[in-house]
Design a protein around this ligand. Structure first.
Ligand SMILES: [Zn+2]
Length: 463
């Protein structure tokens, strides 16, 4: 957690903040603060549609709880550099899913790799996408055709929404603050030498609610960015929930947009892949957590916030995170006979590579990025389902840079466990790799590798 920054601010600080707030529009023009463009597209699927996130679901969804969206927020420096946050109501996208989208954005809008970050909300009540964990659900042909149709439509809307946001960029001012919501619960429970799913009130969590308010030059709130580090799994369980829903983050967005008419609320998922909402199990829990999260955001917005000024700088990289060792052919042949269809499919895919004379994967490619806004705010983005240890370490390592950790960014190749989790084992380290098609675990060195690279990127941008 990292709430003391807000709580310990001196009265002198409050007065200074208020003075700066009054002068914000003029400051924006003076210091190179970026312009902001916003766009939104509805992406609620036609029914029936298969939902992602649980292998146990037996049939497609046949109801809509609330509509799904994709929202884009473009930043444009006075010197021309562009960056686009894309907040997507979905479990997560793969590199293969994003490839045609990024190619089109590069071709038609000259957007380089890393400048468009799709951040998936990780709601487990959103449609399955093509080439993204499709094997987990093993849909029959009719369902697969619907998945293909929805995926193509979503790919088109991703291009559209980014282009639309870039086209309506206008001068803006930014303010940052951090609130707190306490429904994220560590979900790793220690039973003997095993780690199992459950509620672990003693386990690490990140209860921060980072908030960025964006106003136009007339002072009206145009957008509110907010985040939280927790799975979108309020409405378990996988085999008895068949409604399309944006989950608690969708409800939080609805509350915020109702409370601030004309403003867009965008949810940027944090690094809480080993946290689940508590309590959970019914729709009412998603509604309650959404209300709590929105309330935490409103609390931040109602108090003086910290101005964020200056143009942004971006550093993007793709890291190769090493796996312990590729599987031996004997193991693959044995796994190909497994009664567990997920184990079987993973083995078959690897055997196919061997037959084609291709090497087996020895690492996982992971996008990471740092987006620094002047001296005042540093977004740290990582692909994958990033566990909470990363969030907490990033906040300690980069405390003076005002870090805002974001997970599920760009693409989700698999879980990204910390050294501690790799040592301990459990779902996020081991069995989750089956669904993502990798033979894990990762080497314990990946945490140091990621953090050292992120520190280097931040250091470069400080200059
Ligand atoms: Zn997950």
């Amino acid at each position: 957690m990292n709430t003391e920054r807000v709580g310990s601010r001196s009265w002198g600080g409050w007065v200074l903040c208020l003075a700066l707030l009054v002068s914000l529009p003029a400051a924006a023009a003076r210091d190179g603060t970026p312009e902001v463009g916003l766009a939104v597209r509805e992406i609620t699927p036609e029914l029936p549609i298969r939902l992602a996130g649980y292998a146990g679901r037996k049939r497609p969804a046949d109801q809509i709880d609330h509509p799904l969206r994709v929202q884009a927020l473009a930043l444009k420096n006075p010197t021309g550099e562009r960056f686009v946050f894309v907040a997507l109501d979905n479990l997560g996208v793969s590199r293969m899913f994003m490839q045609p989208v990024l190619e089109q954005l590069a071709r038609d809008y000259q957007l380089e790799r890393g400048t468009v970050a799709v951040i998936a909300s990780h709601s487990h009540s959103t449609p399955v996408l093509r080439k993204t964990l499709t094997d987990m659900t093993q849909p029959p042909p009719d369902d697969l055709a619907r998945i293909e149709d929805y995926s193509r439509s979503l790919q088109g809307k991703l291009v559209e929404v980014v282009a639309a946001a870039l086209e309506n960029c206008q001068p803006a001012t930014f303010e940052h603050g951090i609130g707190r919501a306490t429904f994220a619960m560590n979900r790793r429970v220690y039973q003997g030498d095993k780690v199992v799913f459950g509620d672990n009130p003693d386990g690490p969590v990140d209860w921060d609610v980072p908030v960025l308010r964006i106003r136009g030059t007339n002072g009206a709130v145009r957008a509110v960015l907010f985040g939280y580090a927790c799975h979108g799994t309020s409405v378990r369980s996988g085999d008895d929930w068949y409604s399309v829903s944006g989950e608690y983050m969708g409800y939080a967005r609805q509350h915020l947009e109702a409370h601030y008419p004309g403003a867009a609320a965008l949810y940027l998922t944090g690094m809480g892949a080993d946290s689940d909402p508590a309590p959970r199990g019914q729709l009412i829990h998603a509604k309650q957590h959404g209300l709590e999260l929105a309330g935490a955001v409103v609390g931040v917005l109602n108090r003086p916030m910290r101005p964020v000024q200056g143009s942004f700088k971006l550093a993007y990289d793709e890291l190769d995170l090493p796996l312990v060792a590729p599987p031996a052919r004997d193991q693959l042949e044995q796994d190909a006979q497994s009664a567990d269809v997920h184990v079987k499919r993973r083995a078959e895919a690897h055997l196919k590579l061997l037959e084609a004379g291709k090497p087996l994967p020895e690492s996982v490619s992971l996008p990471v990025a740092v987006l620094r806004m002047g001296e005042d705010l540093t977004f740290v983005l990582m692909g994958g389902e990033v566990v909470v240890d990363y969030s907490r370490r990033i906040k300690r390592l980069l405390a003076t840079d005002h870090p805002w950790p974001i997970g599920y960014a760009y693409e989700v190749p698999c879980y990204i466990p910390s050294a501690r989790l790799i040592r301990e084992g459990g779902y996020e380290t081991e069995s989750s790799m089956i669904y993502y098609g990798f033979y894990g675990p990762f080497r314990g060195s990946i945490e140091a590798q990621v953090l050292s690279r992120l520190e280097t990127l931040v250091t470069q941008l400080r200059q």
